[in-house]
Design a protein around this ligand. Structure first.
Ligand SMILES: Cc1ncc(C[n+]2csc(CCOP(=O)(O)OP(=O)(O)O)c2C)c(N)n1
Ligand SMILES: [Mg+2]
Length: 340
């Protein structure tokens, strides 16, 4: 039986008092979300061709978290992502051509085509690697933050993970260690209410993930993860705290994935959630709603939107052309770079 809505999928409400956020930042937040959405929609469109020999975990519906957090980071800061990592990679400034080529298993991919969607890396952009092991990237981010603290270079490390990751013991170990050493790390939990086919309320004793670590005294906040302004502000505070040496922050961003756990279906046919629920959340699309808001507030014009949209379409086209025309690894080199 599909479960009831875990959250009321209420309309998105944006704060209109925006003196703290420059117009350029607001537009960039929109641009980054749109870029994530357009790349993923292209994957969504072409995946059935079966040329991308990789599972894909799309983050459509979750674009605001990647954009809102990463727009507070410098290129030298670190991001560690998980199996649902396209948005984080794009928002942190990872090379999109190399990402798409990775999905197409090409030699030009960011993991030379050997890793696929769950192994995105772009060291120059501060993306030091992703892990498909649930919670696997969390202690690694704490380690990067420890290195930053030892070197005193003020780099911040962010780890993005899902609601299921907090069911793993290593999260407690990492938060404890980060608090003990006051590490510049931000734990960003994307609570999209599901782990594969299991709803949150069937897996966790209570749904308030942001309170789960209060015993360790870590500042913990919950925000509407579909509201890019709320995410941006919460992340801004967390980054400032980390840079000042005041230690880690835990952010729970409530959101929803509009596709199934992996692949391009909605998941409604499987029975763990209803089409009604998916449709209700589709109305909370972080990108479309923010676009409407910016228009209404006269912070952007239709012409601007068209320009941004066309420029991103060109980028996406270029990335897919690059990927599709790149060579596959040579047959006798397929096992190169792998642990043997
Ligand atoms: C340690 C471990 N256990 C199980 C899995 C299988 N697995 C892959 S993704 C996933 C669900 C993760 O859910 P969540 O953390 O909420 O992230 P979401 O997929 O919702 O973004 C599971 C159980 C895994 N990859 N690693
Ligand atoms: Mg989840």
């Amino acid at each position: 039986m599909p479960m009831k809505l875990n959250l009321p999928a209420s309309p998105l409400v944006y704060d209109t008092e925006l003196k703290d956020i420059p117009k350029k930042v607001l537009r960039d937040l929109y641009r980054v979300m749109l870029r994530i959405q357009k790349v993923e929609l292209k994957v969504d469109e072409l995946y059935h061709e079966d040329e991308m020999k990789t599972p894909v975990h799309l983050c459509l519906g979750q674009e605001a978290i990647a954009a809102g957090v990463c727009s507070n980071l410098n290129r030298e800061d670190y991001v560690f992502t998980n199996h649902r990592g396209h948005g984080h990679y794009i928002a942190k400034g990872g090379d999109i051509k190399k990402m798409v080529a990775e999905l197409y298993n090409r030699e030009t991919g960011c993991s030379r085509g050997r890793g696929g969607s769950m192994h995105l890396i772009d060291v120059a952009a501060g993306l030091l690697g992703s892990s498909s092991i649930v919670a696997g990237n969390i202690p690694i981010a704490a380690g990067a933050a420890l290195a930053s603290a030892i070197r005193k270079d003020k780099r911040v490390a962010v780890t993005f993970f899902g609601d299921a990751a907090v069911e793993e013991g290593v999260v407690y170990e990492s938060v404890n260690f980060a608090m003990l050493k006051k590490l510049p790390v931000i734990f960003v939990c994307e609570n999209n209410l599901y782990s594969v086919f299991s709803g949150l309320n069937k897996r966790q004793a209570h749904g308030e993930i942001y309170r789960r670590f209060a015993g360790l005294d870590i500042p913990g906040y919950r925000v509407d993860g579909n509201n890019v302004i709320d995410v941006y502000r919460a992340a801004k505070e967390a980054v400032a705290r980390a840079r000042k040496g005041e230690g880690p922050t835990f952010l729970e961003c409530q959101t929803y994935r509009l596709r199934d756990h992996h692949g391009t279906a909605s998941g409604a046919d499987v029975g763990y959630r209803s089409q009604e629920e998916v449709d209700a959340w589709a109305k909370r699309c972080p990108v479309k709603n923010f676009e409407q808001f910016l228009l209404k507030q006269k912070l952007i014009t239709q012409n601007d939107i068209q320009d941004i949209s066309e420029a991103i379409d060109d980028e996406v086209k270029e990335a897919f052309n690059f990927a599709q025309s790149s060579p596959l690894p040579k047959e006798d080199e397929v096992a190169n770079y792998l642990f043997k």
